[in-house]
Design a protein around this ligand. Structure first.
Ligand code: PLP
Length: 380
């Protein structure tokens, strides 16, 4: 079986260096908030070109901590894209705030800037911009819309470590950015991990307190916070992998370019929609959109090719966010709903490069066979 994602292959490539790093932590006697976390925060901040990075337990926590530090609390509303990981909306919900879903646009599959002002109310405090699948969202337009309305901007960069718009790193545009180091992400740990990045020293200080119960340096709780710390073992492993991120992202782009070329005639025939092709994208996923997705997925599985679906349901279909349901209050999310029914993620990680021809040829064969059986156009 060709896996869709294979974090274990990446770990095995760096096994010796990881063993040395873990051993160093085990012998140090410092396991939480020590020199490894501090060094990783510094190294990750240098890569982003931002002054402050705070290591936390996950991107879900990073989003909540950043939003809380920006003043989001009970009764507030936060605009989030209708197509994202459930974690994006969960992070808002558990602050006692209301995630308000907004449809995405088809070009980058991120929040649609044209819908921001209509979705905002007097209770709206912030927007969360997700760079879905590692493709930068329309951040310039989104920031302009948010600023006009006085809203804070948090970038959800869980899928976009190292993505760029021009020469600027994704995560450097908003008031704060949240990163995930979940094992399958472009930069993944061997367990949970996350980070908040920001330009603001004041925001950084609040997030630093927030990850440690809300305490200041003297151990006084200023406001009730979380227990959400990046541990020393994960930080040490992330320091081993970080120097390879740029090269791995380059390989993901090359992998995507290979698929783009292979699938060009399928796309021209209207059999698939290819993912956005953007220079600074890092392709956490290479997600085509195709009719009859679930059947195709089963057929690929039978051919021993693993695929993923990111995501099977727009967030309005999740029971936890039911008050955002399409139709309720006149809201609908046609682009997100359409993508959720048609997206299919193919293997894209550099370790799976040896299988790229098998994956592409199987997909082409299945779609051409389907086309022939439907008798629409002659298969070529
Ligand atoms: C993975 C992911 C998250 C959650 O990350 P965790 O580290 O698992 O909390 C949030 N948002 C997006 C877009 C993600 O892909």
């Amino acid at each position: 079986m060709i896996p869709q994602a294979a974090p274990g292959l990446r770990v095995r490539r760096h096994l010796e260096a990881i063993r040395i790093a873990v051993d160093r932590v085990l012998r140090s006697g410092v396991y939480i908030l020590g020199p490894e976390t501090e060094a990783f925060e510094y190294e990750f901040a240098s890569m982003l070109g931002l002054p402050h990075v705070i290591g936390v337990n996950s991107a879900t926590d990073a989003l909540s901590l950043a939003l809380a530090a920006l003043g989001v609390g009970p009764g507030d509303e936060v605009l989030v894209p209708a197509l994202s990981a459930a974690a994006t909306a969960v992070a808002v919900h558990r602050l006692g705030a209301q995630p308000v879903l907004v449809d995405v646009e088809p070009k980058c599959r991120g929040l649609d800037p044209a819908l921001i002002s209509a979705a905002a109310t007097s209770r709206t405090k912030a927007i969360v911009v997700v760079h879905l699948h590692g493709v930068p969202a329309m951040i310039g337009e989104l920031i302009t819309s948010a600023r006009k309305l006085g809203l804070a901007v948090v970038e959800d960069c869980a899928q976009s470590q190292g993505a760029r718009i021009g020469s600027a790193m994704v995560g450097s545009f908003g008031d704060a950015a949240a990163f995930s180091f979940y094992p399958t992400k472009n930069l993944g740990a061997v367990g949970d991990g996350g980070a908040v990045a920001t330009h603001s020293a004041d925001l950084a200080a609040r997030v630093r307190r927030g990850r440690f119960y809300g305490m200041n340096e003297r151990g006084i709780c200023i406001e009730a916070g979380f227990n959400s710390r990046l541990d020393e073992i994960q930080a040490a492993i992330l320091r081993v992998l970080l120097p390879y991120l740029e090269e791995e992202n380059r390989q993901r782009r090359a992998f995507a370019a290979f698929y783009d070329l292979k699938f060009a005639s399928l796309a021209a025939a209207g059999l698939v929609d290819l993912p956005p092709s953007l220079e600074g994208a890092v392709y956490h996923q290479y997600a085509i959109a195709v009719d009859g997705r679930d059947d195709l997925r089963r057929q690929l599985h039978a051919a021993k090719i693993g695929t993923g679906v990111h995501y099977d349901a727009a967030l309005d279909r999740h029971a936890a966010f039911a008050d955002n349901r399409a139709g309720a209050g006149g809201k609908s999310f046609p682009v997100a709903e359409n993508l959720a029914g048609r997206l299919l993620s193919l293997p894209i990680q550099s370790d799976l490069d040896p299988y790229r021809d098998r994956v592409a040829d199987a997909l082409i064969g299945l779609l051409r066979a389907r086309q022939a059986s439907e008798g629409s156009i002659c298969p070529t």
